[in-house]
Design a protein around this ligand. Structure first.
Ligand code: SF4
Length: 247
């Protein structure tokens, strides 16, 4: 697991070396010298050049980017088949973000580790993902290959998200806003579409009662068939007429 904020993911009272070695204690049978050798190798792999020194250091002595590299080294310590990265770059500034994403891609190629990347950043999705699962209020609403998703988004939530990205091309256009708020999962109705209250211009009879996943195109799944008739209010050109835009 790669956590969001490396400052809170690391133990402030333990050295970096100790923290990378800890999972090896639970999952691998290695001598102390082999553990150290492996830890130094992992530090080099994640792009830390002065690994001997960093091995002895504490988290507060490192920069944010270095700390996130250490968190990645811990995650890789036992050769995982799958990495779960929860917003791994949110706490970092933009240049460091790009370095960490490049590092993850490089390691994925070298180590053949799968990555499930959780993010709100559609730029990161476009850059990193092969396949995208869009979730809304705890439910999967769309699944597609990344290119297909950006070129042909179908679910109203996916389309609303993509429509909300500011773009230079639309300098004079009003920015699309998804009205309302994300519902509390605790108080959610178990029936009906969870996104319906946020597209209140869609008439009641047009909502699928209990939307299910449908295969709209090969390998492209979407919850609800309403994508066929969905429109944004700004696309409406007359009574029952609209120009369909996908993004
Ligand atoms: S039309 Fe379908 S996806 Fe859209 S809000 Fe209604 S049920 Fe949900």
């Amino acid at each position: 697991m790669i956590f969001q904020d490396p400052m809170t993911a690391l133990n402030p009272l333990a050295t970096i070396g100790r923290q990378i070695e800890e999972p090896m204690d639970y999952h691998m049978k290695l001598s102390a010298s082999d553990k150290k050798k492996r830890t130094l190798e992992l530090l080099r792999r994640v792009g830390i050049k002065n690994e001997q020194r960093v091995y002895e250091q504490y988290p507060h002595e490192l920069s944010g980017g270095m700390r996130q590299r250490v968190v990645i080294a811990i995650a890789l310590a036992c050769d995982p088949l799958l990495l779960l990265a929860d917003e791994p770059t949110t706490a970092l500034d933009v240049t460091i973000q790009a370095q960490i994403l490049d590092l993850m891609k490089e390691l994925q190629n070298q180590m053949k580790t799968g990555i499930i990347l959780i993010t709100h950043d559609l730029g990161v999705v476009a850059e990193m993902a092969d396949r995208v699962v869009v979730m809304y209020a705890g439910e999967v609403v769309e699944v597609a290959e990344v290119k297909e998703l950006f070129e042909n988004p179908l679910h109203p939530y996916t389309r609303s998200l993509l429509n909300s990205i500011p773009s230079n091309m639309q300098a004079k256009q009003k920015l699309h806003v998804i009205e309302g708020i994300v519902p509390s999962i605790q108080n959610l109705d178990r029936e009906g579409c969870r996104f319906a209250p946020r597209v209140d211009w869609i008439p009641e009879e047009d909502h699928e009662k209990n939307p299910e996943m449908h295969e709209a195109a090969p390998n492209h799944f979407v919850r609800c068939t309403c994508y066929k008739t969905f429109y944004f209010p700004e696309d409406r050109v007359g009574e029952n007429e609209y120009v369909a835009t996908n993004s």
